[in-house]
Design a protein around this ligand. Sequence first.
Ligand code: MEV
Length: 437
Amino acid sequence: MPNPISGFSKKNKAEKIAWLASQYLEQDPDAIEVLKNYWHQDEILQQLHDDFIENTLTNYYLPLGIAPNFLINENLYALPMVTEESSVVAAASNAAKFWLDRGGFKAEVISTVKNGQVHFNYFGNVTEMTTFFNKIKPALIASIEDIQQNMKKRGGGLLDITLQDHTKELDGYFQLHCTFETGDAMGANFINSCLETFATTLEKEAAVYPVFTKANKYPEVVMSILSNYVPECTVRASVSCKVKDLAQKDITGEEFATKFVRAIEIAKTAPRRAVTHNKGAMNGVDALVVATGNDFRAVEAGVHAYAARTGKYTSLTDAKIEGDTFHFWIEIPLAIGTVGGLTRLHPVVKVAFKILQQPDAKELMKIMAVSGLAQNFAAVRSLTTTGIQKGHMKMHLMNILNQLEATAKEKEQTVAHFTEHAVSHSAVVTFVNKLRN
Ligand code: MEV
């Protein structure tokens, strides 16, 4: 069994690797070579990556692909997408082209309000707490003046603080519920700094508040943190066209639209389907969130909570046929930034922003929502027509060939063969073995 270690983070990279080799990779010295092979030759660039997190040993590559032909509000974008899933970029490109010929995508930001809470206990009289809060509210706001100076200059800052009484759900539980506008920043650091200052001010003011002193009952802060649930920071993307213009190989526009809308109704009805349906949409959103150095865990958490906002988990997208027109749309919360975090640090992220023509946060929200809608369209289109595996396995073919360490010639012959035949793992193995014999 490996030994525990203290002071690991103080070791240099070579020492960390040596420790890892002795404790976990003894049977496999080649593994260390793999780690080293992924170092960047440029030491300054490598140092930049080393500094992103603690205990960096190497870099972990994911491909960045491009999905061109996204017409969004009359602007033509090529989307940089980072993902490990073989079919995602192909599906996005496909959907982009499909809608390019049918008027493109429309997108609008609905609102951009973010929020955070100071969670605290108070076991005294609720009316007294309310009176206290109203009295100290100006002091709370004044206490973050320094912190929000720059944010205010950029048109953002604190919007409001309210006291929320949650004692019916949990004995003695209150919140300072705070709302913010953070402009082009995701704003996590700004919001958390404000909240922690509110917490300190709350306790300081409470310590000298006569009513609390007399009753010997004081508010006690439990924690202060932004919320990744941002239902007031939402964006909507949509497409529409004449039903007849949806006609494709082997299917009329009407048949396609009817089946497509039915698939959406199923996702709206059945949570088990909705989760997978939404996962498909998030394939498109996340690929852009990662490419632009944004926090994909925050986005994922917020989006899925939003999908369950009525108390039942449901589809993020919706569709209808109205007269002779097909409509398809998505509405999602997205707290993302175009400044701060990795956005201006990671060299590839910087290029991604250049490809996207340096969008501000609102524009990026629109592009991400469109990407989600396109991805969902591509998935549901495949599911309701050819089935998903045909396209998916075709894209996965190269991964299977790489696993089999196929030569360039073998790859060429296999790809040619499988343009005419259904791809499955075993079929590819059989075919490559036959070639080799
Ligand atoms: C796979 O990554 C995504 C899909 O499962 C989405 C869906 O089922 O709608 C194809």
